[in-house]
Design a protein around this ligand. Structure first.
Ligand code: TYD
Length: 218
């Protein structure tokens, strides 16, 4: 059986991840591709408990390293319990954030060295990574204005403009060195963003469907 494709959707605050995820789901539904939609931190019962600890704004004492290790603890569980089994069954996995968020938030913004994160990534996940990453990119001020109008802020959303500028630059730096990245200009209208998403995803969908029908015929 043709293994599913693992797609992560990344970006800083207020880039429109929810809207883009909904559109990606629609593209897959239209092609009758089965998929698992999941998120990080979280995605498993255990991971969702870790997420609550990570986002809780009362946890002001949390060190940057604790934050990083909790992200990877949740991720290790997520990969083994949800992501790999789904892919092996031929289902696509659409993940709201993955390891690139750790490089952008805990690395570029909090200041943990990329080589430290690389080591943890290798030790905990064997550096398992997405087949394709969609990076929604928008000016930080615009993103924060969008995110700021959402009500009560979590531990990350309480950070300032400089922090999110570092997050944005962290993602862009990774996009430069990893071919799996596709940068979407998320400052445009929803129609335009959707059309950029179609341009990235439809060729992948068509290729996968073709390979999948060939593997059924064999
Ligand atoms: P998310 O629910 O995607 O929040 P948002 O809707 O604001 O994008 O993710 C929760 C927060 O966790 C988000 O602020 C980014 C942060 N995060 C990290 O700092 N490192 C990570 O590795 C991941 C996966 C998320």
């Amino acid at each position: 059986m043709q293994a599913g494709l693992f797609i992560s959707v990344e970006g800083a605050e207020g880039v429109g991840k929810t809207t883009s995820l909904a559109y990606i789901h629609q593209l897959l539904d239209d092609s009758a591709i089965s998929y698992t939609s999941t998120r990080e931190p979280g995605g498993t019962q255990l991971g969702e408990k870790i997420r609550d600890i990570l986002l809780d704004k009362k946890n002001t004492q949390m060190t940057d390293m604790t934050e990083l290790l909790l992200m990877f603890a949740a991720r290790a569980q997520h990969v083994e319990e949800v992501i790999k089994p789904a892919l092996n069954q031929g289902s696509w996995v659409i993940c709201d954030r993955f390891t690139d968020s750790s490089f952008a938030y805990q690395g570029a913004a909090r200041g943990i060295a990329a080589k430290t994160i690389d080591l943890i990534n290798e030790a905990s996940l064997d550096s398992f990574s997405p087949d394709l990453t969609v990076l929604l990119d928008v000016d930080v001020k615009v993103g924060m204005q969008r995110a700021g109008s959402r009500g009560e802020l979590d531990r990350f959303e309480k950070e300032d403009l400089i922090f999110f500028e570092k997050v944005r630059q962290g993602f862009l730096a990774r996009a430069k060195v990893h071919e799996r990245f596709n940068i979407i200009d998320a400052s445009r209208s929803i129609t335009d963003v959707n059309s950029q998403l179609s341009d990235v995803l439809l060729p992948k969908i068509h290729t996968w469907l073709k390979l999948s029908s060939q593997s059924i015929q064999k």
